[in-house]
Write a protein of this length. Structure first.
Length: 298
């Protein structure tokens, strides 16, 4: 039998997590869905968005460019069985199952802010594992400087990829120190349920201090490389989207300001809130970019 949240969580945290607990109680009735993660000091105590909001306002262009398209179409994607091909500069290349990479007993809860480059934001209670734990499992070779990620390309199941909106498959990358940072996770669930397809099932990257497009969904391939890998948005529009894509209120997008953001669900009178440097994670990550000109390396 698993410990209850109240057994392992201080009451102050516990109160902030009331939404999560409610979802967990519902999931307990259905043991197959009773994924639980350990609470984490990396979590924000900001109020999380509702499951309704998180699963109905999405960017997942493989299913269309409208915010409601993923909720409408992603259900037709088969996510089980699924394997992730890990290769390049690693000691143990191979095809890994999602359960191998993110076993139930390793799952953690991370309540993170998500800031889209389009200037809206949410707070999402992810469940997942540090990407570092996966990279350590496969063994990083000394020459590895970057990590490349690739999304599944399933034309029969993804109506969006029939159109050349992006250079499919969707690809992203991180520098190795960014990939190994404890804030960087691979998520397999949210609100105690397995990840909904529209949020990138069965396994997706979450890098909370970067614009949302870096957090690539439905990953089928991870490759350790010595050169900076291709990133889809950067390769499409390099003047607008950089490799780093760190949230930065002082560097505007060429077509709009990045100084403020609209919190989804805040309502008409919620107003806009100030965007924080590194999306509020500066204390943890600013040192990664010491000496870099962030207006050039955007
Ligand atoms: N494969 C893939 N990953 C993707 C995207 C996409 O279109 N395709 N959109 C990105 C963008 S722009 C954002 S803001 C986040 C949104 O994640 P969410 O829908 O789970 O909130 O996913 C990112 N990951
Ligand atoms: Mo985004």
């Amino acid at each position: 039998m698993k410990l209850a949240w109240s057994d392992v969580t201080p009451r102050s945290l516990w109160l902030n997590r009331r939404n999560f607990i409610a979802a967990g109680a519902a999931a307990a009735a259905s043991p197959a869905l009773a994924l639980q993660g350990k609470p984490s000091p990396y979590s924000t105590d900001a109020d999380a968005n509702t499951l309704e909001e998180i699963t109905n306002y999405n960017n997942f262009y493989e299913f269309g460019t409208g915010k409601e398209d993923p909720a409408r179409h992603a259900g037709q994607m088969t996510v089980d069985p699924w394997s992730v091909e890990i290769g390049g500069l690693v000691e143990r290349p191979g095809n890994y199952g999602v359960e191998d990479l993110a076993p139930d007993n390793a799952l953690e809860e991370r309540i993170y802010r998500l800031r889209c480059v389009e200037a809206w934001s949410m707070v999402i209670p992810w469940i997942g594992v540090p990407l570092a734990s996966v990279l350590n499992k496969v063994g990083v070779q000394p020459g590895a400087k970057y990590v490349a990620f690739q999304t599944a390309l399933l034309p029969d199941q993804m109506p969006g990829v029939r159109y050349p909106i992006l250079d499919w498959p969707y690809r992203e990358g991180l520098r190795i120190d960014e990939a190994m940072h404890p804030l960087t996770i691979l998520a397999t669930g949210l609100y105690s349920d397995p990840l909904p397809n529209q949020n990138g099932a069965p396994i997706r990257l979450v890098v909370p201090w970067k614009y949302g497009f870096k957090s690539i969904k439905s990953i089928v391939k991870i490759t350790l490389t010595s050169e900076q890998p291709v990133a889809t948005w950067k390769s499409m529009q390099p003047g607008e989207y950089g490799f780093y894509a760190n949230v930065n209120p002082e560097v505007d997008h060429p077509r709009w300001s990045q100084a403020t953001e609209r919190r989804i669900g805040a309502g008409l009178f919620g107003g806009r809130q100030e965007t924080l440097m590194f999306n509020g994670y500066a204390d943890q990550v600013a040192s990664l970019y010491q000496g870099m000109d962030l207006t050039k390396n955007y």
